[in-house]
Design a protein around this ligand. Structure first.
Ligand SMILES: [Zn+2]
Length: 313
């Protein structure tokens, strides 16, 4: 049975699947990324995992995967298939697409983790059917994916969608990127966790605890939450002024607060827009499988599914 390999490489774990033509996850597997062993070992681990998935496909379906899609964090040169830089994995300019294609003897697509997850949310998740969408993930940082007609815009240098580094508070908190007052310093799950841990005196407290305290009416939690929501609305309005998306999909850890986030966020965005058209603001639907599902879509995109011939990526 014709299938592809989908692999989502994270900072701590790798999620993989064999994906059928209809998008079904035929086989799923996980492995640690093993970043403590260094960048070369991480790359070797990715290649080994992919090779094992290929072998599994041969055993289970009688043929090797027809293509592979791989999503990685950091800065990704998708056009040239190079993992350019990832602070958490320590690699620089790894020609991952060529290494994988050589090992798998199949075409390979390399994608950026958030853009790849966004591709899945836009095509088969919360943004399904939208010709223009913006996916924003509120996690350790904040990053986005700009969806246009079924594909995600990577930009000329692989930097498109970095909404977390839109300055929303000029002269504000320094950001490791070198600017001050970036959106992710205020509205990422990590920023909210840090602010709430300081306010409540429990270093273990996180953004989910803050959301619970908001629901129970804790004034400090309400203040921290409002700071985050206001900053997020400022950043999102900048983005939708530029991009005019039909659907705005919000995912990542902070979005797990559900209506505790979405009700005030929709209000805050609505209050800010003047001439701009208000997009539908919806929670992500695919959870932490989005990256893997998106990697599967990238792989299938390499194949001409109408006649089974391969197209040059
Ligand atoms: Zn920044």
């Amino acid at each position: 049975m014709r299938h592809v390999i989908a692999l989502d490489v994270g900072g701590t774990g790798m999620k993989a699947a064999l994906v059928g033509a209809d998008g079904a996850l035929l086989h799923r597997a996980r492995r640690p990324t093993g970043r403590e062993r260094g960048p070369d070992a991480v790359v070797a681990g990715i290649l080994d995992f992919a090779a094992d998935l290929r072998a599994h496909g041969v055993r289970q379906f009688g043929e090797p995967a027809a293509a592979a899609g791989v999503a990685v964090p950091g800065i990704v040169d998708e056009a040239n298939g190079v993992a350019a830089y990832a602070a958490n994995l320590g690699w620089r300019d790894v020609p991952l697409r060529a290494l994988l294609a050589d090992r798998l003897d199949a075409p390979v697509a390399l994608g950026h983790d958030v853009r790849t997850g966004g591709l899945a949310e836009g095509r088969i998740g919360a943004g399904r059917g939208a010709d223009r969408f913006l996916f924003v993930a509120l996690g350790t940082g904040i990053a986005g994916a700009i969806g246009v007609d079924g594909r995600v815009e990577a930009g000329a240098h692989g930097f498109a969608g970095e909404i977390g580094h839109i300055v929303v508070r000029p002269g504000g908190t320094p950001c490791p990127c070198g600017q001050h007052g970036c959106l992710e310093r205020f509205a990422s799950a990590a920023a909210v966790s840090e602010a709430w841990a300081t306010a409540c005196g429990d270093p273990e407290a996180d953004a989910a605890d803050c959301a619970k305290a908001v629901v129970s009416g804790d004034p400090n939690a309400v203040r921290i939450w409002r700071t985050a929501v206001d900053a997020l609305a400022d950043g999102l309005v900048t983005a939708l002024t530029l991009l005019d998306p039909r659907t705005l999909v919000i995912g990542g850890g902070l979005a797990e607060a559900g209506e505790t986030l979405f009700t005030p966020l929709r209000d805050a965005v609505r209050r800010r827009v003047t001439f701009q058209k208000l997009p539908e603001i919806v929670p992500a639907a695919l959870g932490d499988t989005a990256g893997c599902l998106g990697a599967g879509l990238l792989a299938w995109d390499l194949l001409d599914t109408t006649d089974g011939t391969e197209v040059t990526p």
